[in-house]
Design a protein around this ligand. Sequence first.
Ligand code: UD1
Length: 434
Amino acid sequence: MTLLAAPAKTVVQPRLEITGGKRLSGEIKVNGAKNSALVLMAACLLTRETLRLRNVPRLTDIAAMGEILAALGVQVVRGGEIIDLDGDNITQAAPPYELVNTLRASFFCIGPLLARMGMAQVPLPGGCQIGSRPVVEHVRGLKALGAQVTIDHGVVTAVVPGRRRRLTGGQIHLDCPSVGATETLMMAAVLAEGETTIENAAQEPEVVDLANLLIAMGGRIRGAGTPSIVIDGVDQLHGADYAVIPDRIEAGTLLLAGAITRSDLLVTPVIPEHLKAVLTKLEDAGCHLQVEGKGLRIRADAVRAVDLRTQPFPGFPTDLQAPFMGLLATAQGTSMVVENIFENRLQHVAELQRMGASIRLQGNTACIEGVARLSGAPVQGTDLRASAAMVLAGLAAEGITSVMGLEFLDRGYAALEERLNGVGASIRRVVDPH
Ligand code: UD1
């Protein structure tokens, strides 16, 4: 008797199938900044009035943040790129674990909840694909503002002692210029009694965007965008109508799409000051950049090797390290890329190698010898920005590249394939082949 094995059921992951080698041309739109929108949404917890945010990107992370805020009692109304958040009836100071678990940015709730309610209980955000992501600085800062903070069984409980349950201003010196810690502490301090100084603060444009929103809500903040931020606590904040800045990381990714395909592409809107380090590297690599209206036109022909190291803003952003490496894999000459911010953010190297890239890795340094042509292959996006790097490499590669791991890509790039197809790319989303 012959035993016949049941035919194996093939599990096919959703993927993007990219036919490479097409030149891009025309104009491509940049959405609102995901990392800004997430923190700005949390700021609705600071007021009883409605906060209207415009230019909010349509992303799964934004929807998840909306659900978390709704679970706390915020009324969330979404219409296209506008979100209205009404925090008049906050009923909870503890977002549910199941929701928080899906989104690291949910930890942003701790600062405003503490400021408004005098207590907050938020599960510790875990590490993620790119590194351990500690929150030591957030906790140390909240303590400096008078909160009692305990961490038990993976949950951070923060309470403001005293009858009035109001945080008090304090002097905070961050050990490292953490973006998340700076934002959390700004939101906590804005309703505290007295003045708070945050030294060695993060200078990222998203920090400035948050400061501008808080100022529009009646907060008193100066120095955002420099290493020293001073916050004069106010008794209460009011609602606001505020537009999120354009996403500098998405803009950078799209400029790189133009560069890697040796195209002429207008990316808009772009705030060049938000991307200085990246634009300098693109120019060093031989790309031509020109401001055109609210956008930036990139023209690329021959691309040569450049070295770069990731640093806090205004240095080269870690979020564009993987996409830029995609470009360097096709450049003339040898480039060195050093990742200084996250300990596990070079996983795209192995995937780029599958596409014929010549890269040697030693510790946090990658040595990339440009090749004349990448070749299409099945590749896995291992985190959000690594996935973007795979898409870029696929645009330039010979043949077909299948990019899997779309759950990461979709967290940070809304309808990326549609927008790229609109300027001449050939990308097909395959969800179910049957
Ligand atoms: C934010 C961005 C993320 C970006 C990162 C760095 C959001 C939602 N995410 O993440 O896309 O890659 O900035 O630009 O805005 N650190 C500590 N102790 C702490 C906090 C951080 O040592 O308490 C270290 C981290 O391990 C890392 C560095 O500081 O090495 C930067 O982290 P941080 O700026 O906090 O990043 P996030 O705010 O999590």
